[in-house]
Design a binder for this molecule. Sequence first.
Ligand code: G1P
Length: 287
Amino acid sequence: MTRSIKKAIFPVGGLGKRFYPATLATPKEMLPVVDRPLIDYALEEARLSGIEEFIFITRKGKSSIEDYVEEYFKNKVLEYKDNNLDEESGLKNLTFSFTRQSDSLGLGHAIWCARHLVGDDPFAVILPDELFCSKTPCLLQLIRVYEERGGCVIGLGEIPIEKSYKYGIVSYSEDDGKVVKIDRMIEKPLPQDAPSNLSIIGRYIIQPQIFGLLGQEKSSIGGEIQLTNSLSDLIEDINLYGLRCKGQRFDCGSKPGLIEANISLAMDREDLRDEIANILRDFNSRI
Ligand code: G1P
């Protein structure tokens, strides 16, 4: 069996420009979905997927994320202690590292900034602005495919083709309905250039060879170093699998996505459902 994944990178150094002015003084990852900040959902997903080393790529002005991570784990320990759960001891093995991305050079550059912390192990990446709700945590779904097949595994979701310009899109050869074998990836293609309607959803399991490629990568669209391009180059040496993840994806990096996540997760809450349903009914009658 392929070794499991214990390290995860959380790239949280973005400027959050799509949410200006809300993110001028508050990190995007601290925007709330109901009553939890976005980063909380990512931490919970990673923890429930067996991640032990949490690596954050952050930047100036985003230290509230660091404070939140500390509080999150303190509270988990208390919660487990109160309920006498064995997991409390597991929490003591977890480690947290924060490193900074001082230039706005994109996701690829952010991952490259973590190379000293990751070393020679395969690792996970979670983009916290993609919120994924599922019975089996999204990252754990990827880890299970990785344990069977090795290589790299990328989380995928279907999108309407007219939205291809917002995401990394994959081209694939084999498809068993669940896992595809990726042969090419393109970052944010126009719909007419998109090779499929399968988009990258911000969950990755990557082999450390990526760091060599990222170090040589030139900036491309938006003047950024794209992780998608280096992953595409990695295909020559390493199998890249794409998993159609089971669950509900909310692209909270966009305003409609963040609003949808708030409504949907509030409707899942017993304490809020009735009031929110009344508000929605009222709105519906006005549309
Ligand atoms: C990033 C990735 C893209 C992926 C997307 C998911 O783009 O580069 O491939 O589809 O996240 O949200 P960003 O949204 O950071 O521009």
